[in-house]
Design a binder for this molecule. Structure first.
Ligand code: FMN
Length: 184
């Protein structure tokens, strides 16, 4: 499938950022996506917003970061997405998304993306204790059954600082490429 866009218009990627230790590196995915011919807008969870340099990300994308719902009548700050990458995807957001909970703007967008047929990829980033919870496996199964592409997770030990060096942002683009017909 190729994203239907006007000849002079690039496809638009939403990068949904959750509150985890690797979130400050989101610029890496934004830049890689732009190099692969995407226009990019970032949507942060309310807690995720505290992990990123909002000013730097906005300068990189040229769009305001979205985190809260707009007021009725306010214009939409971002064009509609041709695809969505949730990176990093937290334990919390994965479980709520799979359960159909929509109490952040990011979750609202993700819950509706399924019904709207927007290709979506998630790169989970969580520790092994979180990953051991039975709800997590069920959530991944449900998201896969919804057609969500799930990246290879490198779970870090609960007490360690993380596995940031093993988090591959570009995997989001690699997984989306065959679905949306763009360069990985
Ligand atoms: C420094 C720090 C690092 C965290 N790292 C992770 C993580 O790697 N994965 C994860 O699922 N949660 C992590 N958390 C916990 C989440 O931030 C927490 O569950 C939060 O509610 C997630 O919100 P969100 O899913 O709306 O972004 C971390 C919290 C802190 C303070």
């Amino acid at each position: 499938m190729t994203v239907p866009t006007a000849p002079d218009k690039k496809p638009f990627l939403y990068v949904v950022v959750c509150a985890s230790g690797v979130a400050p590196g989101v610029g890496e995915l934004v830049t890689a996506a732009q190099e692969a011919n995407w226009d990019v807008g970032v949507v942060a969870t309310p807690r995720g917003l505290g992990f990123i340099d909002a000013e730097a990300v906005e300068a990189l994308t040229g769009y305001p970061i979205r985190s809260a719902w707009r007021s009725p009548g306010e214009p939409r700050p971002l064009p509609p997405p041709d695809a969505i990458a949730v990176a990093p995807a937290t334990f919390n957001t994965i479980n709520k998304w799979a359960a159909g909970i929509s109490d952040t703007l990011a979750l609202g967008i993700l819950c509706e993306a399924y019904g709207m047929g927007v290709p979506t990829v998630a790169l989970p980033y969580l520790n092994s204790a979180q990953a051991a919870h039975p709800a997590y496996r069920q959530s991944l199964d449900r998201l896969r059954s919804m057609g969500v592409l799930i990246g290879s997770s490198a779970h870090h030990p609960p007490t360690a600082d993380g596995a940031a060096d093993r988090f591959r942002w570009e995997e989001a683009l690699e997984l989306l490429a065959p679905v949306v017909g763009t360069a990985g």
